[in-house]
Design a protein around this ligand. Structure first.
Ligand code: SAM
Length: 291
């Protein structure tokens, strides 16, 4: 067991994990600016990128690179400097370091050496996407980027299928369509939200069912950065991979299922029931309201 008192001896060195904006520069915090300014060194995923941020805020602190390909080689150097009492800040290109970005290994190494790690709160695309999605946020599972190969992607989705938690994925514009189709194949119909270009001028949330989002992705040019938020499964999730899972249900029970199990509004439940049964919405509406 180990205990860290983060602020008991400010003369000691520390690793500061500093989140940076994911688009809007105003999302940097006062504290992040203070730490970046007072640090002895900033270890950055891409020094050119971070240099622009530092120039914008007039911060002269020295930068070195810390990325996927040199993170192990850099480790010893950073640890020695922290041991000497220096304050090292680690940043990634955007958002929280160590979240689908470099950072985890240095945090782990610092802890192993009994040195201090201090994490600043700040911008993160997944959490903004989740909260804005309107999907349940009481339980969520952050996955990050799914594997690129279809077979591996399907295997991972299979593993996630039974989780009740909302699922959070990062995805590139080039793969978003295929990933939505893989989600449809493996998880069936669910509510999904896509958060695009968060904090930027063209920020957009698209909320709907898996099928609606696939149509949207097919009909629009996919540009920018995306978070995909998928509602969690439930006991009957397994059945839902079968497109006719509802066959034994009456129309009313089918609508009630969506309201009860998936917290749909009655309007959305009627709409989804009509989509599942391939019948007009009006027919479901009548069957449901004249029950
Ligand atoms: N560390 C970052 C964080 O805390 O969010 C994530 C870094 S990861 C390499 C980059 C991915 O995050 C993008 O491909 C996209 O899926 C997501 N992302 C980053 N910025 C975003 C934004 N402004 N809007 C939507 N998604 C974003």
């Amino acid at each position: 067991m180990k205990t860290q008192k983060s602020f008991d001896d400010e003369t000691k060195g520390a690793l500061y994990v500093v989140p940076t904006p994911i688009g809007n520069l105003e999302d940097i915090t006062y504290r992040a600016l203070k730490v970046l300014r007072s640090a002895d060194l900033i270890a950055a995923e891409d020094t050119r990128n971070t240099k622009k941020l530092l120039n914008h805020f007039d911060i002269p602190t020295h930068l070195i690179s810390y990325h996927e390909h040199n993170k192990l080689a850099r480790e010893e150097q950073l640890l020695e400097r922290i041991e000497r009492g220096e304050l090292i800040a680690v940043v990634s290109d955007a958002g929280m370091p160590a979240i689908s970005d470099p950072g985890f290994e240095i945090v782990q190494a610092v802890i192993e050496r009994d040195l201090k790690v201090v994490v600043l709160p700040g911008a993160n695309a997944a959490l903004c996407g989740l909260v804005g999605s309107g999907l349940p946020s009481s339980e969520f599972y952050f996955y990050g980027f799914l594997p690129r190969k279809k077979k591996d992607k399907m295997e991972e989705l299979e593993r996630l299928k039974r989780l009740k938690a909302s699922l959070l994925f990062y995805e590139s514009p080039y793969r978003i369509k295929d990933t939505l189709k893989a989600i449809q194949e493996q998880l069936g119909t669910r509510r999904i939200a896509i958060a695009r270009e968060l904090t930027k001028r063209f920020e957009e949330f698209v909320r709907g069912t898996t099928e609606e989002l696939i149509t949207w992705a097919e009909e629009n040019e996919m540009r920018g950065e995306f978070v995909i938020i998928v509602e969690g499964g439930n006991e009957s999730t397994e059945d839902q991979a079968d497109p006719d899972w509802w066959e034994e249900l009456s129309v009313v029970d089918h609508v009630d299922y969506y309201i009860r199990e998936k917290s749909y509004s009655s309007k959305d439940a009627i709409k989804q029931t009509a989509v599942d049964r391939k019948i007009p919405k009006r027919d479901v509406y009548q069957a449901y309201h004249i029950k």
